[in-house]
Design a protein around this ligand. Structure first.
Ligand code: QV4
Length: 474
């Protein structure tokens, strides 16, 4: 179940973290479809506890499988899926199969109004009772398989996926989403569930809904959250044949490289050469909603210059199933999404350039990022050719004869003739500007009959990357 069922030549998933369904529907029609995005990962859809201050992570504590959250209700969800599919943008849902809510004093009331007593493992909205869960224990040793898979991840009540009842409820929930037209699922905390149980669940699911434009017998796309730094007892390899797996080593290494901890010239062997999963099994990202909140090697929107360079490389190098992050501004781990005084999530607002202004970051609306989504579509099915580097932090490469990329992460200028592999002509750099009414609003490069062009990226240029492709030829 590795096929994401992208439409046409599209290639990139965006995670619209904490967005409302009605806003996503609108975004599919007005921005994502026209810009060639392939799909959206949406926040959890089923009912969750209400935590004080409304941190984003309350949505990772389910109460029932009713489809009402702060993002909207079932009707709004269904409307979004249909409208996005209609413009060729797929929807992937973040699903919580591992657990229900953690402890809560007294009776908890969820976002759909359902009551539960998590301390007693009582979730009448499903219903689940204590016998549907593993006995309570804490994960203290992350290399102990029993603890990782049968104890409680940060105290979240741990469902027993080997039980027929639990399996049937999870399958019913996922099938309901398939019926509504989704293309697949991000499986949260997959590492904390036995791969045999997941295999049973995935293989029991319905085919995708043909009324939403999926071909007959299409299997739901599955990508599983397994954090494997390379020395874990429960490894990514146990899951990779069931569906794609999040490749956290990609995120860490690309952060290291563009922070300057590792020369860019080494990226020539990027991908499996770095010990990553085979391309078709790897879900790749510069940052995700968890690791963007941790200090460390991972880059996020707070280091925009390096972040845009890393994202350009991510989308230009043919490796993995790519996902870009679209965040809201945060100060710390618990910062809630933009909300009003009644704690309702607010809709993103845009300035005249289309950038978000009211607490939403919307990396996917940064020109340097959506332009690379277009680049990836334009160069689809080509290989890396013509690699060049200066032995340090300046690199360039071609994607067949359809696209060309150059990076300068040195403290001195890159200025020289380079092989772009492109047909002769003038091309707009889609990073510093766009092709509008037949001319470039940013840099342009003239390519001669031998495919060479003069490339300049100053060390103090606004962006440290330049990108040309055949769809932005003057
Ligand atoms: C607290 C204590 C615990 C204690 C517990 C019980 O910290 O030690 O056992 O109380 O009293 C929130 C709080 C957390 C709290 C917990 C339970 O932050 O402090 O525990 O609730 O009340 C998200 C957030 C978590 C959040 C959780 C549930 O990141 O902070 O916990 O949602 O709301 C590993 C896993 C990987 C996981 C990653 C975070 O292998 O699978 O940790 N990633 C996924 C999601 C992530 C999500 C979960 C899993 C859980 O990507 O966003 O956690 O669904 O690496």
């Amino acid at each position: 179940q590795h096929n994401p069922h992208w439409w046409g030549n599209r290639n990139t998933i965006v995670h619209l973290f904490e967005w409302k369904w009605s806003d996503i529907a609108q975004e599919c029609e007005s921005f994502l479809g026209p810009r060639g995005f392939a799909g959206v990962q949406v926040s959890p859809v089923n009912e969750n506890i209400i935590a004080a201050g409304r941190p984003w992570w309350e949505r990772y504590q389910p109460i029932s499988y009713k489809l009402t959250t702060r993002s909207g209700n079932e009707e709004e969800f269904g409307d979004m899926v249909r409208r996005c599919n209609d413009v060729g943008v797929r929807i992937y849902v973040d699903v919580l199969l591992n657990h229900m809510s953690g402890d809560f004093d007294g009776v908890a009331v969820g976002t759909a109004g359902t009551e539960a007593e998590p301390r007693k493992k009582s979730f009448p909205g499903v219903p689940y009772t204590a016998q549907d869960f593993h006995p309570t224990c804490e994960i203290t040793d992350w290399n102990d398989r029993f603890q990782v898979q049968q104890c409680e991840l940060v105290g979240l009540k741990d469902l027993d996926q080997s039980s027929d009842w639990v399996r049937s409820k999870l399958i019913e929930f996922l099938d309901h989403l398939i019926e509504l037209g989704v293309a697949g699922f991000r499986v949260d905390a997959a590492k904390h569930m036995a791969s045999e149980d997941l295999e049973y669940i995935y293989s029991s699911l319905s085919n995708l809904n043909i009324d939403h434009g999926f071909p007959h017998n299409s299997r739901p796309f599955i990508f599983q959250e397994v954090i494997d730094h390379g020395h874990e007892t429960v490894s990514r390899d146990e899951y990779k044949d069931l569906g794609a797996v999040t490749e956290f080593r990609f995120s860490e290494e690309i952060g290291n490289a563009f922070r300057g901890n590792n020369a860019l010239k080494w990226l020539q062997s990027w991908g499996t050469g770095w010990g990553f999963l085979p391309s078709g099994q790897a879900l790749t990202f510069v940052d995700n909603h968890d690791n963007q909140r941790d200090a460390g090697a991972v880059l996020n929107y707070k280091s925009p210059r390096q972040y845009k360079m890393a994202t350009a490389f991510h989308l230009a190098y043919p490796y993995g199933i790519s996902r870009v992050m679209s965040s809201f501004a945060f100060d710390d781990h618990d910062t809630p999404p933009p909300q009003d005084a009644q704690e309702r999530i607010i809709s993103p607002e845009f300035d005249e350039d289309g950038a978000c202004v009211n607490g939403w970051i919307c990396e996917h609306r940064w020109r340097q990022i959506y332009a690379m989504v277009g680049f990836k579509n334009a160069v689809r099915d080509t290989e890396i050719t013509g690699w060049w580097d200066n032995g340090d932090n300046q690199i360039s490469f071609c994607r067949g004869n359809k696209g060309f990329l150059a990076f300068n992460n040195n403290l001195y200028d890159l200025s020289q003739d380079l092989n772009t592999c492109l047909p002769a002509g003038t091309y707009c750099d889609v990073i510093s500007g766009s092709l509008i009414d037949g001319s470039c609003t940013g840099k342009s490069v003239t390519v001669n009959d031998n495919g060479y062009g003069y490339i300049h990226i100053g060390s103090d240029d606004f962006d440290g990357v330049l990108a040309l492709h055949v769809d932005a030829k003057v």
